[in-house]
Design a protein around this ligand. Structure first.
Ligand code: BGP
Length: 465
């Protein structure tokens, strides 16, 4: 008795501004922290990216051909407000008007992320999220977005993967002249982001009571390595610190008790000013967006420095924390070429947990497989591994719907190839291929991958395959 997908299910696709747009300094755009980071030698930077800024009309046409009901993208704060604050850049505002209008013309719902890693560099120079001033700047930016696009956009996401930015500071790079923040600073930044988000969500509900808004966290489930009770405690520790502590604050407006004592024991608890918790509590989401890629398996800490190790295949992210948990192998799951664990069942489990806890509609804003896709003769990209990956996750998503979880949409990362956070165009996620390598910018045309036709059919049949 497997339930079908709801008739109005939002079949979508995802990107982010800095990874897809290019035009990094055109039409008055200001610099973001991303523009000020060094990139791994030999990989594409974000200056041209997939040239979507210039090719968005053709791209939207392809999204319509694919049958998308929704497109999840982000707005570059620095196009709207080049320095992060007033004045507003009319050309930047105009670009997103055009993009949104083009989507609506083709019957595609825009799902807009307000901030996807690309903080304006002018704000960063003054201390970024360490400063309370950045809270005001964000809320002002949000007000401008709502004023301009609020009548057209019904789905808003505040901050993309706040938990990734906080748990792995520096993972997206450190802007030139900057330094890695201390752990104490990081959790102060975290607090400020929640205040900014709370005020933004409250403002949105006042302005557009029928619209949907929420955070987009990277959520997953932790398995305990063995039935040893200490492993269970460690898995619970990390699942809480990594995920629940962030969503509990967003949705319930209070610090998770286990998380708070973890911060206190390490002297990392933030300064909370009067009115902060009220801002966080009164600005509640009516939607939870999650990015889901993989699960992790956790063992008890051994208490020494060996608890901390790089995530397999991805040196940027360290897993394990001395005295808290250590990462273990899962013998039951496969990995991508980049060492990311493939675990479709983990999606069902994570959806159950998130829904059971918050009872809010869930939107899957990212899920996908990174691979060095090969362009074969005759413009063929035979990405059967991507079809398998998405199909297996959709099967588990249907089981989650059958379990009673309210999932309103699915947006694979990414609908079109974008620059990966660290591996340039060597690691691709799209259903649409972008014809460029790390340096070659001659003919950045689009080619449909095998997964394009497959996903098109999935959408046509409303999830039956
Ligand atoms: C998510 C980010 C995306 C995207 C994705 C894939 O965490 O929100 O921006 O990059 O991960 O990551 P990567 O490009 O590192 O493979």
């Amino acid at each position: 008795n497997i339930k079908p997908f709801p008739e109005d299910f939002l079949w979508g696709g995802s990107t982010s501004a800095y990874q897809v747009e290019g035009a990094w300094n055109e039409d008055g755009k200001g610099l973001s922290v991303i523009d000020m980071c060094d990139h791994p030698a030999g990989t594409a930077d974000f200056k041209v990216a997939s040239d979507h800024y210039h090719q968005f009309k053709e791209d939207v046409k392809l999204f319509a051909e694919l049958g998308l009901k929704a497109y999840r993208f982000s707005i570059a704060w620095t196009r709207i407000m080049p320095s992060g604050k007033a004045p507003v850049n009319e050309k930047g505002l105009d670009f997103y008007h055009q993009l949104i209008d083009e989507l609506l013309l083709h019957g595609i719902q825009p799902i807009v992320t307000m901030y996807h890693f690309d903080l304006p560099y002018e704000l960063e120079k003054k201390g970024g999220w360490n400063q309370r001033d950045t809270i005001d700047a964000f809320v002002e930016y949000a007000r401008i977005l709502f004023d301009n696009y609020g009548h057209k956009v019904k789905y808003w996401l505040t901050i993309n993967e706040q938990n990734t930015m906080i748990l792995h500071p520096g993972a997206i790079g450190i802007p030139k002249g900057g330094r890695l923040p201390t752990s104490k600073e990081v959790y102060q930044q975290n607090h400020h982001m929640f205040v900014a988000q709370g005020r933004t969500m409250r403002l949105y509900h006042e302005m557009f009571p029928s619209g949907k808004i929420g955070p987009a966290m990277n959520m997953t489930s932790m398995y305990q390595a063995t039935s040893r009770p200490e492993d269970a405690i460690a898995a619970h520790n990390w699942e809480t610190i990594r995920g629940w502590s962030f969503l509990d604050l967003s949705v319930w407006g209070r610090y998770n008790p286990l998380f708070w004592s973890y911060l206190q024991e390490r002297g990392m608890e933030p300064i909370i000013e009067s009115g902060d918790m009220e801002d966080i509590q009164t600005g509640q989401p009516n939607l939870v967006a999650i990015n889901y890629y993989s699960t992790a398996t956790i063992a008890a800490s051994t208490g020494d420095a060996s608890d901390v190790a790089p995530r397999a295949g991805d040196q940027q992210i360290m897993l394990g924390e001395q005295g808290v948990y250590r990462a273990a192998e899962n013998p039951y799951t496969e990995k991508t070429k980049y060492g990311w664990i493939i675990d479709p069942v983990g999606l069902r489990l994570t959806l159950r947990k998130v829904y059971e806890r918050y009872h809010l509609p869930i939107l899957i804003t990212e899920n996908g497989i990174g691979s060095p896709d090969v362009l074969e003769a005759g413009d063929v990209i035979n990405d059967t591994y991507r079809i398998d990956y998405i199909q297996q996750h959709l099967e588990q998503l249907r089981l989650a719907l059958t379990d009673g979880v309210n999932v309103i949409g699915y947006c694979p990362w990414s609908v079109i190839d974008v620059v990966s956070t660290h591996q340039g165009y060597g690691k691709r996620y799209g259903l649409i291929y972008v014809n460029r390598d790390e340096q070659d910018l001659k003919d950045i045309r689009r080619i449909k991958k095998k997964s394009f036709a497959w996903y098109q059919q999935v959408i046509q049949q409303n999830g039956m395959f």
